[in-house]
Write a protein that binds this ligand. Structure first.
Ligand SMILES: [Zn+2]
Ligand SMILES: [Zn+2]
Ligand SMILES: [Zn+2]
Length: 203
């Protein structure tokens, strides 16, 4: 089978059988991926077999490092992390509770090329512990529903803490009531079943 693949598609990086009988092929170029995905059958001269192909999501691990001084620019981060299997770097931002401004945070997102998350990365002389990053679902700041942002919101304004019509930074409610599920937690609490479902979709 592997010689047939090589003859048809040219040299590829790797090919391994999966337990379900499928073959996983690591291509050596984007063009090869395209050719392989459009393939409907394979022939080795006297025998032709029908095949079904699909692509897999990239498997690189997602991580985050914390307490990274704000003076360090993204370029410096990219440069400093070169050679540590980091393919993408992005500093997280957050909305300031008092002024509603968007500000840079001291946490930095790291996309790795490998499936395994390294325990730490080096930045010059500094060592940062790497934690697994679980993406947060997109939540509207206005109505607190998932899947859209406030500028596209068609819902009415709801408090993320109590689900009422007040603003969360002026909220006086004694107990939290989630605007999405009615449970006694705020809309951005990880215990919320709606939040968990949205997070699952992202992973
Ligand atoms: Zn909304
Ligand atoms: Zn409230
Ligand atoms: Zn909830």
């Amino acid at each position: 089978m592997t010689t047939v693949l090589k003859n048809v598609f040219g040299p590829y990086k790797a090919c391994a059988p999966l337990s379900n009988g499928n073959l996983i092929v690591t291509c050596s170029s984007a063009q090869q991926v395209k050719t392989l995905l459009s393939c409907k059958n394979l022939s080795n001269g006297n025998k032709t077999v029908e095949v079904e192909t699909s692509s897999l999501k990239p498997v690189g691990a997602k991580g985050a490092i914390y307490n990274v001084a704000l003076e360090i620019s993204t370029d410096e981060l990219v440069e400093g992390l070169a050679g540590q299997k980091v393919t993408f770097v992005k500093r997280f931002s957050f909305r300031c509770k008092e002024s509603s401004e968007i500000r840079d945070s001291k946490s930095v997102f790291l996309q790795f090329s490998t499936a395994d998350l390294p325990a730490e990365v080096k930045l010059g002389y500094l060592l940062f512990r790497v934690k697994q990053y679980i993406p947060k679902p997109l939540r509207c700041f206005k109505c607190n529903s998932f899947g859209h942002v406030a500028s596209y919101c068609r819902g009415r304004e709801r408090c993320s803490n109590c689900g009422g019509e007040d603003k969360y930074n002026e909220c006086n409610a004694d107990t939290a009531k989630c605007p999405n599920c009615g449970g006694n937690h705020s809309a951005n609490d990880k215990v919320c079943p709606r939040y968990q479902r949205e997070t699952e979709i992202l992973n």
